[in-house]
Design a protein around this ligand. Structure first.
Ligand code: GAL
Length: 421
């Protein structure tokens, strides 16, 4: 059977009438649907055309892959796994243990991935001593973006502490500007929350909560404080909150409808896709109290083994993703940084360089994003995210209540190697 590059999901790529052999057509399930994300996908799919491989989009809208992960599960269970999927984080292990993923050692070994990659990324893509995913970029989550024109007009500078933040927000509100953009989508609320936990406690305590799932840690006053801060920030947000996608929130920041936005650095990719310039139209800072840390999410593509009929094309894709040009070009468009520990820095802006420098400091300064699947399994993550949102939306719920509920989730999480509590 022959496939031609005009699937209903195709956008902007492969529109010529090239006919690809079935073995060279790869359906890729992912959640990159915003303007910058589509541009980033085009970097990848264009590069594959040179290899005579077709990238067939199965793009499932929904920030942070909330929809995509559900679609993926049902497709796999129904026996219709795509050849390739965006599959971030610790969930690889679950899929790989079921024997579903193609091992990429024949690409990673000759490609010297172990040497090229940051150690954190290298260990992330391993399962039982095999490489089971190809990494593309590292996103930094603890970012605070601000509208530079508004800040300049009101003679404000990016807040470094929470006291600064409150002062800046107060002045913005006085000037009639919404200080902080925020959507009520659960994953976006939880994204803000995880940055607050990091600000409150640093990476070690953050890991006890979200990686070790140490139930006792949930009783810690630092967590209560982070929850209080989350609720306190509501005074600076547009009320009532609406459930808007992250790229619409980014639009509000760009248009000056809100002055600041806490979100991963894919926001930078989006602003740049709209022609906005770093340090001119928008400033790129970090959430107060987290400047020396890197709350990270690594985007990776995993390949389903199936009957191995696509193996060659899948391995080629893995090789292409790790190539120097794709690492530079894709990450520039996406707002992320390369997974290489020593990448080409020529095209990196101030924001990317700061991310790279911080990530390079190593594990003690890195925190794996809960919301973006770097810390724990999908179900536990979803349960925590839902609780955090409930607390945030309903002012009647106490911190203590939420701490107890979160501890119960931690206690029942399916983590196998649980450190001593
Ligand atoms: C993250 C992903 C990013 C970006 C973001 C918004 O999980 O790592 O690449 O797509 O979600 O959907």
């Amino acid at each position: 059977m022959l496939g031609c590059g005009l699937s209903p999901f195709s956008y902007g790529t492969n529109t010529s009438f090239v006919v690809y052999s079935q073995a060279n057509a790869l359906q890729v399930l992912h959640w990159w649907t915003s303007d910058s994300e589509r541009k980033a996908v085009k970097v990848l799919s264009d590069r594959l055309v040179d290899e005579n491989i077709e990238w067939r989009n199965a793009a499932i809208p929904g920030g942070a892959g909330v929809g995509a992960s559900k679609v993926l599960k049902s497709r796999v269970l129904a026996g219709h796994a795509p050849e390739v999927t965006q599959l971030n984080g610790v969930v690889f292990g679950e899929w790989a243990d079921l024997g579903l993923l193609l091992e990429l050692d024949d690409v990673s070994r000759p490609g010297n991935w172990k040497k090229l990659l940051f150690p954190t990324v290298w260990s992330l893509v391993q399962n039982r001593d095999h490489v089971v995913a190809a990494p593309i970029g590292i996103q930094r989550i603890n970012m605070l973006f601000y509208n530079k024109k508004i800040f300049d007009r009101l003679e404000l500078i990016a807040p470094k502490t929470w006291a600064d933040f409150d002062r800046v927000a107060f002045k913005l509100k006085q000037a009639g500007v919404v200080p902080l953009a925020q959507s009520s989508e659960a994953w976006q609320v939880a994204t803000l929350f995880e940055t607050l936990v990091l600000a409150e406690s640093g990476p070690a305590f953050y890991r006890r909560l979200f990686v070790d799932m140490n139930a006792k840690a949930y009783a810690d006053p630092r967590l209560a404080h982070a929850l209080k801060r989350l609720r306190g920030l509501k005074q600076w947000m547009p009320m009532p909150l609406r459930e808007q996608p992250w790229n619409e929130m980014t639009r509000q920041l760009a248009d000056g409808d809100a002055a600041m936005f806490v979100m991963g650095d894919w926001v930078k990719g989006e602003l740049r896709a709209w022609g906005k310039i770093t340090d001119v139209d928008f400033g790129c800072s970090t959430v107060p109290g987290t400047d020396e840390y890197h709350l990270y999410s690594v985007d990776t593509l995993a390949m389903f083994a199936g009957d191995y009929s696509h193996q060659q094309a899948q391995e080629k894709l893995a090789q292409v993703l790790m190539s120097a040009t794709v690492q530079t070009d894709y990450n520039q468009v996406k707002g992320s940084i390369s997974v290489w520990r020593d990448p080409n820095k020529a095209k990196m802006d101030s924001c990317a360089l700061a991310s790279w420098r911080t990530f390079s400091k190593g594990g003690a300064f890195q925190a794996p994003s809960l919301v973006h699947r770097m810390a724990t399994d999908e179900t536990t993550k979803d349960a925590i995210v839902a609780e955090v949102r409930r607390y945030f939306m309903d002012d009647q719920i106490t911190e203590l209540d939420t701490q107890r509920r979160l501890a119960a989730i931690a206690r029942s999480s399916p983590k196998i190697e649980r450190p001593e509590e």
